[in-house]
Design a protein around this ligand. Sequence first.
Ligand SMILES: Nc1ncnc2c1ncn2[C@@H]1O[C@H](COP(=O)(O)OP(=O)(O)OP(=O)(O)O)[C@@H](O)[C@H]1O
Ligand SMILES: [Mg+2]
Length: 367
Amino acid sequence: MTATLEVNELRKQFSVGRPAVDGVSFAVPPGEIVVLLGPSGCGKTTTLRCVAGLEHPTSGTISIAGRVVSSPAQGILLPPRLRDIGMVFQSYAVWPHMTVRQNVVYPLKHRKIGKTKSTRMVDEALALVGLSEYAERPVVALSGGQMQRVALARSIVYRPQLLLLDEPLSNLDAKLRLRLRDDLRRILKQTGMTALYVTHDQSEAVVLGDRIGVMREGQLLQMGTPSEIYNRPADLFVANFTGATNELTGTLIQRNGTFGTVEIGQGQRVEASLLHGLAPGDKVRIAFRPENIAIGANSGGNIVRARVSDRRYHGTQTVYDIDVLGHRLEALELGTAARHEIGTDAAVSLPRDALWAYRDQGSLAEK
Ligand SMILES: Nc1ncnc2c1ncn2[C@@H]1O[C@H](COP(=O)(O)OP(=O)(O)OP(=O)(O)O)[C@@H](O)[C@H]1O
Ligand SMILES: [Mg+2]
């Protein structure tokens, strides 16, 4: 069984500080994976813990499979064990004195499932996470990635209607994290489970999520498919957080449909996509990705003068610092050759689809 999760106007105020979660609403349809993505302290874990019933929300409603499990206004607060959810956390949370099989069968013991059936369910769960051959091993004789698979198998063995995962890969080394990240999506999709996954890692969010919700300071700024988040970020924060780290400032001169002409200083003008409702005369900030700057101006789009002030060779790519009208920008070029020398003047091209103009509400760094 897999279920819809609905979170409506969720708010959690701890005894100190600003609200950890502040009016968050979203829905996860059956079988979908939604990832909550945001920087440390933005309220991801608190949201997840409210869904699990481990935290008491201040207000708002949470429903699982159409049943209200939490609503302070109605005096409803279902305990975690009655919510039929599975949970996987950052720490491996396996029982060290048991074997893999004993760990995974554990949740079934409380559910009064017969021996034959429970053996089959454990075998299925172990096969899903690729640990069939390790069933009889003590968990202490496993690697970190294998232990996290045991934790995953244990949380899906009873086929809960909803799976909650809080940064389950963050204790693993980089290589293992990448492998398990890809496996995890396959495993979740094979079970067909509805999942809510929390991380501060963009690449994890993009690979795993059917949809991503970007959070900041207790609020959900945008919820959309990875492609929507990456190609139409709703605001400057989402753009920056997902890698569009370059910024130019200017004034909107005129609108041309969904594009606009922006004066960026010294008479220099660029065409940019308008992602906010903007009018001529408005001050704007333009965000764009380092990989969308082409040094050498041969690929069309807006052409601006720049100076290469530094470069960092990374082997398969090179990152350049370039100065454009007093702004320090980063440009990234793929390839094993670093082609531009420090100190040279170059024209750079900036495609207008990749330049996103937002109303200037001050730099995020200044806030
Ligand atoms: N028990 C608590 N009492 C008081 N404040 C808390 C408590 N738990 C969390 N907070 C605060 O709520 C805010 C959100 O915390 P939360 O753990 O949800 O963030 P997060 O997005 O999961 O961050 P991270 O990526 O670091 O895990 C933070 O400012 C945190 O300090
Ligand atoms: Mg957290």
